[in-house]
Write a protein that binds this ligand. Structure first.
Ligand code: ZN
Length: 323
């Protein structure tokens, strides 16, 4: 579907088996070929939809010459290797995301993932279930494309227009957005979504304070001249600054909620139960643990909560008042 006539941007909506339902990828037409932003899961429905899109628009495989990945989560990049084999396109990603795939695997394999869960008071029976889901299903052995590295401040051609590469960490350490100032177009990836707040989690493989990274990334985008935000999930939108304020407010409310529960010494897992209950499936439980942990560490860094370790577990409490 053509979504911006002047910039020649097409939205390619691909199905997803998870709760998210779909991912938006984008194809941009240029005089010398097509560029793609994100490319979907490596499954038959996604591959067939790309082939149909190419057929309908008269695109030969060799016409696709660049695939730009916002980050390394599988819904954004898993199909990249197969599309690269089909088209010969160059595939671009940030250095941190290119590394993180490998780091993610090594960390979960080396047991640091279960160590983190144990440290956060997650019961043993749940640790093995979480490991099963997070260790295998979410990290399938996938073929990686040959990657070229891009970073903050680089200029890339999407179609015939130049876009600035913006490093926007938080949801993923090396998350990238692509911005054209002339027309006010922002490919926002998972950094800014219209309806949901992207998951911000602290994991052994991530930077130490992802919520702070995320709030800084939002700040970086707030004053952009912007007419069209093209997100990876949900409908394109235009009210960028307003949406950023809502996302900031959402995190502020979550920080306040967490602080209100830290009346006495507590742990990440106890807080997850208080906030989300005990009915979460293993995917959402993993995300909830990561998210609560990220918010707690943000508060610890601000000195609003104190962290202590006892017998291999981490405990959080309000700081003792100065006498
Ligand atoms: Zn993501």
């Amino acid at each position: 579907m053509l979504i911006h006539e002047q910039a020649k941007i097409y939205r390619v909506k691909l199905p997803m088996p998870f709760e998210l339902d779909h991912i938006n990828c984008y194809a941009i037409k240029g005089k010398n070929g097509w560029s793609l932003v994100d490319c979907g899961l490596n499954d038959e429905p996604s591959f067939v939809l790309w082939q149909e899109f190419m057929k309908v628009n008269g695109i030969a495989p060799r016409d696709i010459n660049g695939i730009y990945l916002t980050h390394s989560h599988i819904d954004h990049c898993e199909l990249a290797a197969r599309l690269q084999q089909l088209t010969g396109a160059q595939v671009y990603m940030s250095a941190l995301e290119a590394e993180s795939q490998e780091r993610f695997r090594n960390v979960s394999r080396s047991g640091q993932f279960s160590e983190l869960l144990l440290k956060n008071d997650v019961p043993l029976v749940l640790i093995s279930k979480l490991e099963e889901v997070w260790g295998e299903d979410l990290i399938p052995e996938q073929e990686m494309p040959v990657l070229l590295i891009i970073g903050h401040g680089d200029k890339v051609l999407l179609g015939d227009l130049e876009y600035s590469v913006m490093l926007t960490p938080g949801h993923a350490d090396g998350h990238l957005c692509f911005y054209n100032a002339k027309l006010g177009i922002l490919f926002s990836g998972d950094n800014i979504l219209p309806e949901i707040s992207p998951n911000i989690s602290l994991w052994p493989w991530s930077r130490p304070n992802p919520l702070n990274d995320y709030l800084e990334s939002l700040e970086l985008c707030r004053d952009l001249y912007c007419n069209l935000v093209l997100p990876a999930h949900g409908e394109p939108f235009s009210n960028l600054a307003e949406r950023i304020s809502v996302l900031e407010e959402t995190h502020k409310e979550k920080l306040d909620l967490i602080k209100s529960f830290v009346v006495e010494e507590t742990t990440v897992y106890k807080l997850v139960l208080q906030i989300y209950g005990d009915k979460l499936d293993m995917i959402n439980l993993g995300l909830a643990i990561g998210e609560v942990y990220a918010h707690l560490m943000f508060l610890c860094n601000k000195g609003e909560i104190q962290l202590s370790e006892k017998e291999g577990k981490q405990f959080f409490r309000l700081p003792k008042p100065l006498v």
